[in-house]
Design a protein around this ligand. Sequence first.
Ligand code: WQD
Length: 337
Amino acid sequence: MKILVTGGLGFIGSHTVVELQNESFEVVIIDNLSNAEEKVLEGIIAITGKKPIFEKLDLREKNSVKEFFTKHADVAGVIHFAASKAVGESVENPLLYYENNINALVYLLQELQQKTDASFIFSSSCTVYGQAEKMPITEDASVQPAISPYGNTKQIGEEIIQDVAKVSNIKAILLRYFNPIGAHPSAEIGELPIGVPQNLVPFITQTGMGLRKELSVFGSDYPTSDGTCVRDYIYVVDLAKAHVIALKRLIENKNEAKVEVFNVGTGTGSTVLEVIQSFEKVSGQKLPYKLVDRREGDVIEAYADTQKANKILGWKAESTLDQAIESAWKWEKKIRS
Ligand code: WQD
């Protein structure tokens, strides 16, 4: 069965391609290489022994999307990762975000709605909850007004899918990721941030390698156990597996609604200082860091209630924070060697 993975050479996309191939799905990747490298294919092949089909294509080009679905008329399901994801950049250049994240989604759905049956998995984010009132966050927590164009594209994306599913054969699962981290245990694929990493874990591993002088810990006066923000760091391989399970659920028509929503997290919150401690433990080295002012737009805490995913999807995060950080460190050391 052929599955399209858009953004399949990116961080979460590439790990999901590996899990799909491990489960004998035939994978076709669309990627425009705007934030990924073609050599990621080699890592995927090294792990799975199989080469996915790769179509270098920009989803903002409506005709190219049309041509793709003519060529690959047998695509049975789509996992849609391709999107821009830097919060700060989205504030600077909102139209880039609306074009990349919304136009592309619309063009994909336009093609899919012509099919008699189509399964669609959407990369959403816990960012839709903003600062939720209650922890852990359940899927029925209210969606808060987005604080960045990036966050807004995820909310609008969810709404578009809901509307289209009502009037078409498209069934969808919206996966709301918490904070994905780590790399494949083989260190053949992992995260490849361009420039200075905005996210915590790649910044830590680069600092550990001496590429950055020190980590700035954004805010130490939050009302949390040690004053730093709390997040739910989910191992990327566990996250990738959630996609395969969700996709199978739709393909086998086991879904209970046209659109279902699941949190994908571990259920455990960790502070920034706890992540640093984990890094120090697995790497056996001290991490230089300083406490600085809060970063604008950060919520105090966000961690998932995972009961819905546990019970209904039958999926549970298996790896610990230490294991995830260890994999990120192994990957960082490999790409710098
Ligand atoms: C984690 C924690 C920072 C860097 C973002 C997006 C979200 C998303 C995941 C999609 C925070 C602290 C960070 C640093 C620090 N989804 N930090 N020093 O902000 O939770 O979520 O990525 O793509 O939509 O908003 O993740 O990794 O940036 O930060 O102290 O140099 O680490 O303040 O508490 P965040 P993050």
